[in-house]
Design a protein around this ligand. Sequence first.
Ligand code: ADP
Length: 397
Amino acid sequence: MREGILVINAGSSSIKFSLYISNGDEKPLLSCKGQVEGINVAPHFIAKSPHGGVLNEQRWPDQPNMSHEALFKYMIEWIEAQLGDAELKAAGHRVVHGGSQYSQPLLVNDELMEELEKLIPLAPLHQPHNLAPIRALTKVHPGLTQVACFDTAFHRSNPWTAQSFALPRKITGEGVKRYGFHGLSYEFIARQMRQLSPAAARGKVVVCHLGSGASMCAIDGGKSVASTMGFTAVDGLPMGTRTGTMDAGVILYLLQQKGMTPKEIEDLLYKQSGLLGVSGVSNDMRILLESSEPHAAEAVELFVYRISRELGSLAAAMGGLDALVFTAGIGERSPQIRERVCAHAEWLGVEMDQEANQRDSLLISAADSPVSVWVIPTDEEMMIAKHTRELLRSLRD
Ligand code: ADP
């Protein structure tokens, strides 16, 4: 019997899905993927084949406020029609926050849902949207195995020093600590590294996940030991529209001197800052790299500078560096950013092969570079599919 595994990644304005079909022991194979986007504005469903051909598209111009639930129902019905002779065996969900306690993907049940709801205050912008499709799917398919995969789980191996703020114990005891995010991406890369270069995978690796959200992670012997995102995903590197690390005193200044409200500050930190705020041009790295505006060039310079400083910090956390990996939109596709980061990292033993870098090759370091440098496409959905299948198997055994 062919098995279908559905992966759901839901946010505030979009719900993304990927459907994987596998035969028994084979690895999951992507069958189709798509999303509903523009929720509450102009909902639009689109589904594509693994090669990008459009399989289905739908808009609801008369119902801009169509509910999450109704859109999700449309999506599930369309997906079920694609299963053919395969049976939908399980659904894996990306859940941004697993708190301090969850370091592995978990089978969803009522008890777990209660615990995950308690974490909403730690990720109010994401967690409710991650949990909604789990509930909706439980209604449509009461018996379906569902698995929650956490973006924070991979970082639970961090030592307490990497997880702590220098705040009084009472506050850290309430969960105000560094959790780290993008964990599913880092876990996928760590597994890829084990296949590509077992020696490097046993060593000290820094992965740069540079997408519209950006972070970096130190992975020592396959385990996360430090990362740039902290209590929330606004920490660390400057991103498309997020500030990254900033003196907490700036928030006090904005509150006390500028009279800004918490909501205004949230918008400023999450939506108006980063590459967009500094450049005044765009949050899209492609546009900034092509722009002749001096502020666009400065935004790129600041992005590279901050990556370089974090690289030193993460190498210090591990006491060395054996491999550097670039991934996600900018990391996978921008030779220029990789070249500039590597130029700043020569002191760490990074020597780039310029031609390999221009070709987006898998290995882009010079043959005699003490630190190997890699470009590895990430696939968070595949990581969730693998986790879901592993959990299904463990239930059968
Ligand atoms: P998300 O975090 O939303 O999943 P992605 O990983 O898809 O984002 O990355 C989106 C970012 O990648 C955008 O800032 C986009 O400008 C950048 N990007 C995509 N292609 C290129 C490219 N060829 N050169 C530079 N940046 C690129």
